[in-house]
Write a protein that binds this ligand. Structure first.
Ligand code: ATP
Ligand code: FE
Length: 346
């Protein structure tokens, strides 16, 4: 099969062409516009998607060297995400599916972050079921027990901010651009991670909290800047390294606990924060210490991308799970939800 994937849930407009399990193209247009606002502005995001979607899809076809008439189906992100952003991809996918008379397949964005592991070149080897997937992104942080492609259970999750959100908000306190996660990662490489200590939350079960570290960084910075206005500038690398170390430790502590409690050694990471080099190193170390088989996706499949959407669409295509043309986007979409009622199984 040849599948076109469309992703527009947040601020990246992306299109990808998948042939079998192999990605032929994976094109994204990033929206620079949000930088100056320090976060994604929903109204501007949907407008930018509207401008980008046709050029991005065209480029995905031409890079893949595939004609529109050759595709077998179109997969699109139905949710979760910003409604105004999702509507652009959804409407586009529906129109194109109608004009080409090909089936339409709806995709849950969070399932896609996880199922990106099944793209042929995502890993040297795909994970075996059941596996645990630490799913860490801009909007979500959870440990998911993946029993089968579409049988997922949330074992633990954040009770407040997501890990990516923590990176971004703390970066904002440091005066870094949005999104700050990748910048903190880069600056950390020149810093000493033991320079500053930030409190870690104590939570039951496998749940997370990241609002505490954000507040403790804020108070600490306010106090130090009163004494020395150049404090951030003089210590930015050490600050970033210390924050990154703390966030990674918080993530790894619960993941390790869950892996031991559930006696699972197949461990994956997914989502934008899985691009983080500190997290990648930590999971690597744990694999040696605890005998884990680890799955770290290729960088381009970590942050939002249409390749992962096409991959899920392919899995559903093989099962004949198609969406009706009356389907609409949904801002909330639980990862545990298999298929919504209005989805037809042909
Ligand atoms: P969701 O998938 O929950 O709807 P999203 O799609 O906005 O949210 P992703 O694109 O998966 O999120 O990830 C974006 C997040 O990943 C941002 O918060 C960004 O700062 C973070 N991120 C990306 N690269 C890195 C990195 N190297 N280190 C830390 N964080 C990173
Ligand atoms: Fe995402």
């Amino acid at each position: 099969s040849i599948i076109l994937g469309i992703e527009s849930s947040c601020d990246d407009t992306s299109a990808a062409v998948l042939k079998g399990n192999k990605i032929l193209s994976n094109i994204a247009a990033n929206q620079e516009i949000h930088k100056e606002y320090g976060g994604v502005v929903p109204e501007l995001a949907s407008r930018a998607h509207q401008q980008n979607i046709i050029p991005v899809v065209d480029k995905a076809f031409s890079k893949a060297n595939i004609q529109q008439k050759d595709i077998s189906a179109i997969g699109f992100t139905r949710g979760p995400g910003l409604l105004g952003s999702l509507l652009v991809g959804t409407s586009f996918a529906k129109s194109l599916a109608m004009s080409l008379s090909v089936p339409l397949i709806e995709v849950n964005h969070l399932q896609a972050h996880i199922l990106a592991h099944f793209i042929e070149d995502a890993n040297p080897k795909a994970p075996n079921f059941p596996f645990l997937c630490l799913t860490v992104s801009g909007g979500h942080t959870m440990i998911v027990l993946v029993k089968d492609y579409f049988d997922m259970e949330i074992i633990g999750k954040t009770i407040d901010d997501a890990a990516g959100e923590a990176f971004d908000k703390i970066g904002k306190i440091f005066g870094l651009d949005y999104p700050a996660g990748p910048i903190i990662d880069k600056l950390s490489k020149n810093g000493n991670e033991n320079s500053f200590k930030f409190n870690k939350p104590k939570l039951d079960h496998f749940n997370y909290s990241f609002s505490g570290i954000k507040t403790s960084v804020l108070y600490f910075i306010q106090k130090e800047v009163r004494k020395n206005p150049d404090f951030i500038k003089e210590n930015i690398d050490d600050l970033c390294a210390s924050v990154q170390k703390t966030i990674v430790e918080i993530l790894m502590d619960k993941l390790e606990k869950a892996a031991i409690d559930l006696n699972i050694k197949e461990i994956a990471i997914a989502g934008g924060v899985s691009a983080n080099s500190g997290l990648r190193e930590a999971i690597q170390k744990n694999s040696e210490r605890l005998g884990w088989n680890i799955y770290i996706p290729k960088f381009e499949y970590t942050t939002d991308n249409a390749a992962m959407i096409a991959m899920v669409a392919k899995l559903k295509f093989d099962r004949g799970e198609f969406a009706d043309l009356s389907i609409s986007a949904t801002a909330r979409y639980d990862i545990e939800e298999g298929f919504k009622k209005d989805i037809k199984t042909l």
